[in-house]
Write a protein that binds this ligand. Structure first.
Ligand code: FAD
Length: 311
């Protein structure tokens, strides 16, 4: 039988690494599982991060994540680049199984598995991430000053992104597959009233064009007739939703109607004592590295208090 740890963290994004840093500095010797193929989380898929405090000249996303990891390791956090593939969180000692079949035990678990941005599934979409293709206007809008931008999606997030992007863009075209938006009326009204925003309904992106490693244009397809047309744009924001990584916890941890983990906010406590959750796996609203790091810190402090109360 493996030793019983104080804390195991699942996830290697800003939330997981920050939780590990705080737990390590509290002498809890955390063990962190950070995935076998996607170590470092969402920021490793981007280039320049300009809104993480403390870096006046910006910081490369992968470098920021390596630094977060090194800082947690410096204080004794132990990192394993492997996936947790099943969990039993119900008892006072939690059991987590890695991909090799080894069972790890802990009194407290911090879940920081993040969420995945839904993709269009088109060629060049991934390769041009950070080079014209983005999933986050708050993160990247600033890089698109004076450019013609397309936002894909018809929900509240798409309208919010489109409206926000008019601060920077020359024009914003909202591309939506259906003939009507799903967004709330108030969000729709705001977007319709904005002179910089136009709409391409019953349309989808058929092709992303590339030149010199950057997005250079788009081809739209009419979902009704199948006809295609070129669209001059050098920015593509994809706002078709997120999938929180919660499959592992279904049936044990409470999820909300969109599949995010439910916590007893403002704490990070889930419905199971000793299990805490932080970052984008909980967060519908902000989805930023700094907010993920903030709740990661809170989860470690909540776990620390939980463990102290056990003794
Ligand atoms: P994530 O960063 O998603 O990390 C979760 C990690 O947990 C992943 O590595 C995942 O593989 C791992 N994991 C999941 N399940 C398991 C498991 N079962 N076992 C082990 N590991 C597991 N935010 C900003 O503030 N500024 C920006 O400029 C910015 N730019 C962005 C650019 C892009 C392209 C993207 C995609 C996001 C950007 N964001 C930015 C958003 C930011 O990256 C996220 O809000 C943040 O990373 C969320 O952190 P997290 O720790 O909750 O999850």
């Amino acid at each position: 039988m493996s030793e019983i740890r104080d804390v195991i963290v699942i996830g290697s994004g800003p939330a997981g690494y920050t939780a590990a840093l705080y737990a390590a500095r509290a002498q809890l010797k955390p063990l962190l599982f950070g995935s076998s193929i996607f170590v470092g989380g969402a920021l490793t898929t981007t280039t320049e991060v300009e809104n993480f405090p403390g870096f006046p000249d910006g910081v490369d996303g992968p470098v920021l994540m390596e630094n977060m990891r090194a800082q947690a390791e410096k204080f004794g956090a132990e990192m394993v680049d492997d996936d947790i593939v099943s969990v039993d969180l119900t008892g006072s000692v939690k059991e987590l199984t890695d991909s090799q079949g080894t069972v790890h035990r802990a009194k407290a678990v911090i879940v920081a598995t993040g969420s995945g941005y839904r993709k269009l599934g088109l060629p060049r979409e991934d390769e041009l991430s950070g080079r014209g293709v983005s999933w986050c206007a708050t993160c990247d809008g600033f890089f698109f000053k004076g450019r013609d931008i397309v936002v894909v999606g018809g929900g509240d997030t798409a309208m919010e992104e489109a409206t926000f992007l008019t601060r920077f863009a020359s024009s914003v075209t909202v591309v939506h597959r259906r003939s009507a938006l799903r967004a709330s009326q108030v969000m729709q009204n705001r977007a319709f009233a904005d002179d910089k925003i136009s709409f391409a309904f019953e349309s989808e992106i058929a092709e992303i064009k590339e030149e010199g490693g950057l997005l250079s244009g788009l081809v739209l397809r009419d979902t009704f007739t199948g006809k295609t047309r070129d669209l001059d744009a050098t920015g593509l924001f994809i706002a078709i939703g997120h999938d929180p990584r919660t499959e592992l916890f279904t049936g044990q941890l409470e999820l909300d109607h969109e599949g995010y983990l439910k916590v007893d906010a403002p704490s990070t406590r889930t419905n199971i004592p000793g299990v805490f959750a932080a970052g984008d796996v909980v967060d519908h609203t902000y989805r930023q590295a700094i907010t993920a790091a903030g709740t990661g810190c809170a989860a470690a402090l909540d776990a620390e208090r939980y463990l102290a109360a056990l003794t």
